[in-house]
Design a protein around this ligand. Structure first.
Ligand SMILES: [Zn+2]
Ligand SMILES: [Zn+2]
Length: 205
């Protein structure tokens, strides 16, 4: 009986090794299946949970300058509708008119100036570098125009616009136009500060 028992004892580790190898193989094949399953699940998951980008639904991200429409919403807040009715146009129509005239002034201004008024970079160079195109910024902001009861045509007056860049994301528009602080805050001395900066840039050339 003795030798038989020892044969069993010898067989035990072999069986154990075979069992471990079998388990590992089983595990590996399951892992293989899982990873191929994962490859299928991930695109479906991404497709189902893909959220629209802020811009595609027209909402500004933190890095965005508010649109004229948004600026006007803030500026006109608290201004009685009757005041606009006096112009023979309800607020909505007036905003559309502003937006239309501003768009024209914005294009004309960029065409006329052709470079950032604070650092001198040209529209062409921005395009070459893959940067955002030149923007126009209100010298007297919409909020100031409405709060101080200034002539509303300043909203779309090219003389009230300054051309600034968005190099590196926020660029001179953010620095000179908004104190590098907040898109809601407007620098009333943007012309002076931009001209000063341009002089510094040019003196280094
Ligand atoms: Zn610039
Ligand atoms: Zn601005």
């Amino acid at each position: 009986m003795e030798p038989q028992r020892s044969r069993y004892e010898m067989a035990a580790p072999v069986i154990l090794v075979i069992a471990v190898v079998a388990i590992v193989f089983q595990h590996l094949s399951v892992m293989g299946e899982l990873s191929s399953l994962k490859k299928m699940i991930v695109p479906i998951h991404e497709w189902v949970t893909c959220e629209p980008q802020p811009n595609s639904i027209g909402e500004p991200t933190l890095a965005e300058h508010p649109s004229l429409e948004e600026e006007l919403t803030v500026a006109m807040n608290g201004v009685p509708v009757e005041q606009f009715m006096a112009y023979g146009s309800p607020v909505q129509d007036l905003r559309k008119e502003f937006a239309y005239k501003y768009e024209k002034a914005h294009k004309a201004k960029i065409e006329e100036i052709g470079h950032c008024e604070a650092c001198g970079i040209t529209a062409k160079e921005l395009k070459r570098r893959g940067e955002r195109p030149l923007e126009t910024h209100h010298v007297k902001s919409c909020k100031v125009i409405f709060d101080e009861g200034l002539d509303h045509s300043l909203v779309y007056d090219p003389a009230n616009l300054i051309v600034l860049c968005r190099v590196g994301g926020k660029g001179c528009h953010w620095k000179e136009g908004h104190f590098s602080r907040s898109w809601a805050e407007s620098n009333p001395n943007v012309r002076r500060d931009s001209a000063r900066h341009l002089k510094q840039v040019q003196s280094k050339l």
